[in-house]
Design a protein around this ligand. Sequence first.
Ligand code: ADP
Ligand code: MG
Length: 329
Amino acid sequence: DSVVNRIAAGEVIQRPVSAVKELIENSLDAASTSINLLLKDGGLKLIQISDDGHGIRYEDLPILCERHTTSKLSSFEDLMSIKSMGFRGEALASMTYVSHVTVTTITKGQLHGYRVSYRDGAMEHEPRACAAVKGTQIMVENLFYNMTARKKTLQSSADDYSKIVDLVSRFAIHHNNVSFSCRKHGATRADVHTVVTSSTLDAIRSVYGVSVARNLIKLEASDNDPSSVFEMHGFMSNANYAAKKITMVLFINDRLVEWSALKRAIEIVYATTLPKASKPFVYISIVLPPENIDVNVHPTKREVSVLNQEAIIEQIQSVVESRLRSSDE
Ligand code: ADP
Ligand code: MG
């Protein structure tokens, strides 16, 4: 039933930024090295994403936007060791229930690409042959056009756009082997624009600016204890960095996630060790055994739960604290 589908879709795609996150993850899963975004009206009128990834095969186009169509799971065991970011095959389908989705794609070795539009989980017409260079372009138009209540709560497109810029910035510093751009329709300059860099620090400098990059301390930690095994690296701001708000960028196994318990723990260390610089910039990349994380707490895959989180958080806290103290001497 289409109303039920629409409500479920609205759960997965809550704001334009949630659609953008899913689209970027799909592009990354397709091994793209260049990801470019164009937004109209904070993404409500148009989200356009172009990548240079492996593309979508012709025979996959008819079912691409059906729920639970995913090319990323081949067995139950895969579920336990998911490496790619998507695995539920729900994002694109959801978008077709609350917007108008057009896909243009070409796979390797093909002379031309295909373009097809989707609505309510199905193709609107047969795929049409078209010119295409490499990879996939997806346009999501008129998001929430059929959800009057949702549209009313989303008045501020400026707010949506800044959330999207913030999201792209986060992906851009973690995936510094991919170039990203994010531009508002009609603007001549992009708001995020990165080139493929050799280091995280270069990427942070290009996205967040020199004033952030020159006030960073390198972070590293790991544990071999089987119950709390983890590896971590990243950067965090020092005593000279003063900002009005906290920026905490966290990736676990290359997924952008929220882990509130860790965030709070780090905030506490800053507040007690560096009260004058207690609004830090922190970028952390953690690698954990996939079976120790549960990423499926919510369809938006944001908040993670981690096995033995207290032990891991305590260790990270103590590394953060000792690095802050030694840098402040
Ligand atoms: P999931 O990512 O969970 O598999 P999605 O709904 O996000 O589900 O995407 C469905 C499928 O569409 C993916 O499994 C993938 O095969 C294909 N796909 C989506 N976007 C792209 C892209 N940019 N490049 C290549 N394939 C894509
Ligand atoms: Mg996906």
